[in-house]
Design a protein around this ligand. Structure first.
Ligand code: SAH
Length: 223
């Protein structure tokens, strides 16, 4: 990624964010490096750029948010990527997590439901010089068949259950990281496919906006 090209007045802030992630328990060096190399300020609205490297979620328009970096770091660690994987992300949002993923995997398909966000994310990804990310508009609860199977699937919105199409588009040995909504609480789960069976692990509480789609919630927030 060609961030070196950018007039990089944000390098010091980025280094501080990486330090903050380390203090919050993120240990994976490749993940920390990805944060160190990804210009988050390009993925937040201009008016919020001064806060781009704070460890907080920020509004990105259309009622959506860019997630908190520590949460994204936990996600990325849980995926345990080696660099050769094909990854599907559901919920492009700002495009920032897709940019992080581009440092950690071979190729990334990112599905966004709202066309205006997908367009802005594409622009930010291009501005950041990101390669290997395909942004598509659609209902990500259906996955993205044309590029399946995937070694890893990351769902960046909370769902009532693991959408079935995602399981069928997952390669053997692959994993899905997804927040599951139960009543008022959300829990991050890692689902691994082994010998056709699914192993499920619980990774702690999180807070995400709803996954809206055929295999998620309906627009009024009901399953
Ligand atoms: N990963 C993003 C943050 C995601 S916020 C980032 O780094 O900025 C959750 C996103 O999921 C929102 O943009 C929302 O529009 C999107 N979303 C919700 N339901 C969806 C669905 N069924 N398919 C695709 N995207 C969906």
């Amino acid at each position: 990624m060609a961030t070196g090209r950018l007039a990089d007045t944000y390098g010091g802030y980025r280094a501080r964010l990486v330090e903050c992630l380390r203090q919050n328990g993120i240990r994976d060096l490749a993940v920390l490096r990805a944060f160190g190399e990804t210009p988050r300020h390009l993925f937040v609205p201009e008016a919020l750029r001064s806060r781009a490297y704070d460890d907080v979620s920020l509004p990105i328009g259309s009622g959506q948010t860019i997630s908190q970096p520590t949460t994204q770091g936990r996600y990325l660690e849980a995926l345990g990527l080696q660099g050769h994987e094909r990854v599907l992300e559901i919920g492009t949002g700002s495009g920032y997590q897709a940019a992080l993923l581009s440092h950690l995997a071979q190729m990334v398909v990112s599905v966004e439901r709202l066309p205006e966000l997908a367009t802005r994310a594409r622009q930010a990804l291009d501005q950041a010089g990101t390669t290997g990310v395909m942004v598509v508009v659609g209902d990500g609860s259906l996955g993205w068949r044309p590029e399946a199977p995937y070694d890893a699937i990351l769902v960046a919105a909370a769902s009532p259950h693991v959408p079935r199409p995602l399981v069928s588009q997952l390669a053997e040995g692959g994993r899905i990281i997804i927040p599951i909504q139960r009543d008022q609480a959300q829990e991050l789960r890692r689902v691994t496919k082994r010998g056709g069976e699914l192993e499920e692990e619980r990774l702690g509480e999180v807070q995400f906006l709803p996954l809206i789609g055929k295999h998620g919630f309906s627009t009024n927030g009901i399953e």
